[in-house]
Ligand binder design. Sequence first.
Ligand code: HAM
Length: 417
Amino acid sequence: MSNEFQPLQGMNDLSGTEVLRWQALETIAHKQLAFFGFTELRTPILERSEVFLRSLGDATDVVQKEMYAFEDRGGRAISLRPEGTAGVVRHVASLGEEGLQSKFYYMGPMFRCERPQAGRKRQFHQIGVEAFGEPNPLADAECIALQVHLLEAWGLEGVSIRINTRGAKDEHEHVSEGLRSALEPHKNKLCEDCQRRMNENVLRVIDCKNERCKTVSQSIPAMLDFLSETSQAYLKDVLEALRQLGVNAEYDATLVRGLDYYEHTVWELTHSALGAQNALAGGGRYAVQMGKKTINGVGFAVGVERVLATLEASNKGFSDEMEHQRYWLVSLGEDALKANMVLAMQLRKKGLRCGLELNVKSMKAQMRKAARFGAAYALIRGDNELKAGQIIVKNLKESLQEECDLQSWLRTHEGEE
Ligand code: HAM
């Protein structure tokens, strides 16, 4: 097919039953996140580039290589958001003191100009939360538990949680220096990227996936060894709180996460069904300087496409709960079509979801539309059924059908929502 009508590379149109799965996932998220006291925040998709440079860090891959950054007509440097945290933090900085205790969640598209591949898009979607307040291991543990809870509410089991600490912000320089001198004697064994990263962003050497770099990283002291007792105790407290909450998390000395705003706890959730791009979600505690304010928070973001792909790979979905409320009216002949149009309005007013073809079409063509609509049942009427006040109800999944009296069927199908 011609590219003329395709979206840009790494971006997708969403339609049909796929959209229904997205809506179901979002509905569950709205409900569950409200249970935990989060309220929704919708920030703009475009921000001043500054907002991202200042929070994510200008030496990160996301900022250096992946942001859609450009000048607007007024010559201002602006960017499409590559993630959600920075915009939420900017918003919190605009609030008074009480903003520093707020709890927000968000959902929507993010943009990273990465090389598209399975599981990696240029426009992808995140559902994330940010809870603001001074560093507190209990808040970090609750945030991780919420993330696991959310995934379970979506029907996802078998996720692995890896957790590490980056230590307090004021120890970062010391940790980087320690790692640099430990790596120095092995510099020649590192990949080219890591030799460069040693000066710019030495933490990225630790999580490099290259086998040679991995061997070197495993031979030097862990990040944790360069941290103060206070920072080490912080991680212990998070792990202890997680244990009490019944959440299994595995300490991983090589987990650093690719964004500079983090301090203390960082974590990532993976699932074996996902293959190479197996990070379902990631999060951590952070401190971002916004003007004179330091904004402290903890949060995570889940990749929606990856959650849906995992559900699909595990043969799970939301389709059942949604489909049982969807009807497609099939009209055999012009009179039936007119009568069905009236019936459709009646059903919608009762709170039932239904659709119908407004042109006279073959049964086969109407059934194809029913499938596209995601209907669970077809309600079929022709001249005979019209005259007899009957309707044929066909269960599309099980291919079973029965003829019913229309009025009694209507009485037993009051709003099902
Ligand atoms: P992140 O790890 O960069 O963290 O992204 C979170 C999740 O978004 C990933 O685990 C993945 O599921 C999904 N994701 C990222 N890039 C892509 C892509 N190109 N295609 C498809 N899915 C993708 C953050 O963005 C942080 N803001 C999370 C956070 C919130 N930390 C604290 N608060």
